[in-house]
Design a protein around this ligand. Structure first.
Ligand code: F6P
Length: 323
C-alpha cells in the first residue's frame, strides 16, 4: 500500500506541467497519500531538494506556464552513482512511488532507476515535441502549436505587406509535429520535417511556379530537426532567387512558455489524476497517456524506444491545400 509519493518535472518545461503537478498533489492528498515535491527534476533527487507539499502549495498555478517545481537536464542522473544517491534520498524520505513528468530522456532515466532500485514510477508525457509513442497527447504540444500559429500569422501579415518569402524555424527537436501542425493551421506553402528528406529543388520549383502565377507571399515552416535546415535553405533560395526578399525567423523558446491552452490544462490534469490512481493500484513502471481520448497505460521501457510516426495524410494535404 502506497503511503507517500514524490513528483518531479524533468527535461524541457512544457505549458501544462503545473496543471499535472496540481492534479498529482491533490489526488494524492484526497486519497490519504502524502506528497513530496522534488525541485529541479532528477538533479533535485540527487541533491535532496525534496519538500513536502500541501494542497495550498498548488493553488493558482493551473494557468501558469513553466513548472513550479523547476526542471533540469541532469547529467549526474545519467550515472549509476547519481541514481543510487537519488534512490537513497527517496528511501530516506519514505517515498514509495514516484511520478515523473517529462519527455523521453526523462523516461529513460526513470527506466534505469526502476531497473536498479525497483522504485514504482509512473511517467506523464510532458514535452512540446510530442515525440513519445503510446500516447496521442503530450503536455504542452497544444499550447506550443498555438503559440507558433500566433507568431506565424503575424509574420504572414508583414510578408504580405512586402511580398516576401519567409522561412520560419519551429522547435520539435528531431520530430516534425509542431512544424506540420502549425504549418497546416497557418496555410504554409511548404512544411519541412525531419521525418522526410528535404528536396530543395522541389521547394524551389514550387516558388518558381508561384511567382509565375503572381503568388508572391510564401511561408515555409521548417522543423529545427530538418535534415537540410532553415538557415542553409535561406541561403540556397536567396541564391536561386536573387530578386526575391527572403527572411529567416527562428521562433525559439517562446514556443515553450505561456499560459497553457484549455486542452493542455484539462489533459494534464487527467494524466496527473490517473498517475496517482495507478500508483495506488500497484502499477510500477508505466506511462499514463491518452489514446483515442481514453487514459491508456504503456510500459515506460517501450515508449522510449520509438516515436509516433508522422501522418503521411497530413503531409500530402499540405501540398494540395497550398496549391
Ligand atoms: O524538448 C523541448 C525542446 O524545446 C525542443 O523542442 C528543443 O530542441 C529543445 O527542447 C531545446 O532545449 P534547450 O531549452 O535546452 O535549449
Amino acid at each position: 500500500m502506497i503511503q507517500k509519493i514524490a513528483v518531479l518535472t524533468s527535461g524541457g518545461d512544457a505549458p501544462g506541467m503545473n496543471a499535472a503537478i496540481r492534479a498529482v498533489v491533490r489526488t494524492a492528498i484526497f486519497h490519504g497519500i502524502e506528497v513530496m515535491g522534488v525541485r529541479y527534476g532528477y538533479q533535485g533527487l540527487i541533491d535532496d531538494d525534496i519538500v513536502p507539499m500541501e494542497s495550498r502549495d498548488v493553488a493558482n498555478i493551473i494557468q501558469m506556464g513553466g513548472t513550479m517545481l523547476k526542471t533540469a537536464r541532469s547529467k549526474d542522473f545519467m550515472t549509476e552513482e547519481g541514481r543510487s544517491k537519488a534512490a537513497a534520498n527517496l528511501k530516506k524520505h519514505g517515498v514509495d512511488g514516484l511520478v515523473v513528468i517529462g519527455g523521453d530522456g526523462s523516461f529513460r532515466g526513470a527506466c534505469a532507476l526502476y531497473a536498479e532500485h525497483q522504485i514504482p514510477i509512473i511517467g506523464i508525457p510532458g514535452t512540446i515535441d510530442k515525440d513519445i509513442s503510446g500516447t496521442d497527447y503530450t503536455i504542452g504540444f497544444d499550447t506550443a502549436v498555438n503559440t507558433a500559429i500566433e507568431a506565424i500569422d503575424k509574420i504572414r501579415d508583414t510578408a504580405a505587406a512586402h511580398d516576401r518569402l519567409f522561412i520560419i524555424e519551429v522547435m520539435g527537436r528531431d520530430a516534425g509535429y509542431i512544424a506540420l501542425n502549425s504549418g497546416i493551421a497557418t496555410g504554409a506553402e511548404s512544411v519541412l520535417v525531419p521525418e522526410r528528406i528535404t528536396n530543395v529543388e522541389r521547394v524551389a520549383a514550387m516558388i518558381d511556379y508561384d511567382q509565375k502565377r503572381r503568388k508572391n507571399v510564401h511561408i515555409i515552416v521548417v522543423a529545427e530537426g530538418d535534415d537540410f535546415g532553415a538557415e542553409p535553405l535561406t541561403h540556397v533560395l536567396q541564391h536561386k532567387f536573387p530578386a526575391m526578399e527572403i527572411r529567416h525567423t527562428v521562433l525559439g523558446h517562446i514556443q515553450r512558455g505561456g499560459s497553457p491552452t484549455y486542452y493542455d490544462r484539462v489533459q494534464a490534469s487527467r494524466l496527473g489524476y490517473h498517475a496517482v490512481l495507478a500508483l495506488k493500484d500497484g502499477m510500477v513502471q508505466q506511462m499514463a497517456g491518452i489514446v483515442n481520448n481514453h487514459i491508456a497505460f504503456a510500459p515506460l521501457d517501450t515508449v522510449v524506444k520509438k516515436h509516433q510516426p508522422i501522418d503521411d495524410d497530413l503531409l500530402d494535404m499540405v501540398k494540395v491545400l497550398s496549391s
